[in-house]
Design a protein around this ligand. Structure first.
Ligand SMILES: *Cc1c(COP(=O)(O)O)cnc(C)c1O
Length: 396
């Protein structure tokens, strides 16, 4: 590994675990604070007329945010990362790259908020889109003269469909389309879509990067200069930049990204195997199970399988009884934190997704999603044994 030009350590063969600890030394101040300071300022003094320290106004640049952007870009092997006030602000700004009249292709199983944005805002702005199952369908027949981009998540939310990013990027680039990958579910610790051919990577920093359910943030990571310049222009113009304090929280979250994800993934695999044995569980979808259809693609393109798993139970009342009786596990929206959360996609994350789309993707009222945390695995299993027996009594 050639580390020349890296403003961080001088170590060679730096692993991603080490990368999470490496601040951009060129941005550090003369005091050498290891916890990078929170530059809680709206504006910056100019040394003189026509001069700038490189920082003029926090909507455009802020040192704390820049330190964070630098490490996220470093982790994703990009040339730049831009930090937004939320994942949705990041998605909305990326959509501003398209012009009225443009068409794009999306995966039909996406984060509900993204589908809401495409339906309620992108359409009004003169964009059209076609949804397909990108893990199985060829995009070529869907491409129109005005098609500009392909947008997906892999594994998908919540059905865990896995798309071969390299193959899709080939098909996209042969047709002059840009490939946009929302990499929130795996985080840069497990998957780097830019290396596989994607042009733009999006993250909800609220999730694994922040890692503690204590802040909201988002990222766009790029490797192309023209796309970067346009996004930086949109960013300073629309003003959805991440605040200095929230930047600092996510910087701190990234320090433990590797250990959190290793532990959460280990728990997720054990829970998936455990859930499979329960007679009320009709389906367990986790890409780290060998019978998952995307298992081999995951092996090829990712360094792990993540901490998200979806399962289906045999009745609606059983699903509701689980949600109403969890104690150790929280019934809450979101994912990617240290504590295990259980979500009901049909009424929560996917409430605004049209019914026919939900049906087509197999998201019904018996489907539950887990974001597995870093608790002791025996305690998680104990919790499920207890909840299942309570649910059995309720459902008779
Ligand atoms: C949460 C999430 C988003 C939106 O991010 P916010 O930070 O909540 O705005 C986008 N994509 C995926 C996959 C998510 O899980």
């Amino acid at each position: 590994m050639d580390c020349s030009g890296c403003n961080r350590c001088t170590e060679i063969n730096c692993s991603i675990d080490t990368k999470c600890q490496q601040l951009d030394r060129s941005l550090m101040d003369k005091y050498g604070a290891i916890s990078f300071p929170i530059y809680q300022t709206a504006t910056f003094a100019h040394p003189g007329l026509g001069q700038s320290t490189g920082y003029d106004y926090t909507r455009m640049q802020n040192p704390t945010r820049q330190q964070l952007e630098s490490i996220v870009s470093y982790l994703e092997n990009g040339t730049d990362a831009i930090a937004f006030s939320s994942g949705m602000a990041a998605v909305a700004t990326v959509m501003e790259l398209l012009q009225p009249g443009d068409h794009f292709i999306i995966d039909s199983d996406l984060y509900g908020g993204s589908i809401r944005l495409f339906n309620e805002i992108s359409k009004k702005n003169g964009l059209t889109f076609t949804a397909a199952n990108l893990s199985t369908d060829d995009i070529r027949p869907l491409i129109q003269d005005n098609t500009k981009a392909v947008y997906l998540e892999t594994p998908t939310n919540p059905m865990m469909n896995v798309t071969d990013i390299e193959e899709l990027s080939r098909a996209a680039h042969e047709n002059g389309l840009i490939l946009i990958v929302d990499n929130t579910f795996l985080s840069p610790y497990f998957q780097n879509p830019l290396d596989l051919g994607a042009d733009i990577v999006i993250h909800s920093g609220t999730k694994f990067l922040g890692g503690h359910h204590d802040t909201i943030g988002g990222f766009v990571v790029v490797k192309d200069k023209a796309i970067d310049e346009r996004l930086r222009f949109l960013y300073k113009t629309t003003g959805a930049g991440l605040s200095p304090f929230d930047s600092w929280l996510i910087l701190r979250g990234i320090r433990t990204l590797a250990v959190r994800l290793e532990r959460a993934q280990e728990n997720a695999l054990k829970l998936a195997r455990f859930l499979k044995l329960n007679k009320h569980v009709t389906k367990v979808i986790y890409p780290g199970l060998e019978d998952h259809p995307g298992y081999n693609i995951m092996k090829k393109q990712a360094r792990g399988f993540g901490a998200m798993l979806t399962f289906e139970v045999d009745s609606v009342s059983f699903a509701k009884a689980i949600l109403n009786n969890v104690e150790l596990i929280y019934f809450a929206e979101s994912l990617g934190g240290t504590e295990t959360l259980i979500t009901y996609p049909i009424t929560q994350t996917h409430a605004d997704v049209p019914k026919d789309v939900l049906e087509k993707n197999g998201i019904n009222d018996r489907v539950l999603r887990l974001s597995v945390g870093i608790e002791g695995i025996n305690d998680l299993i104990c919790e499920f044994n207890r909840v299942f027996s309570v649910a059995e009594k309720i459902c008779g």
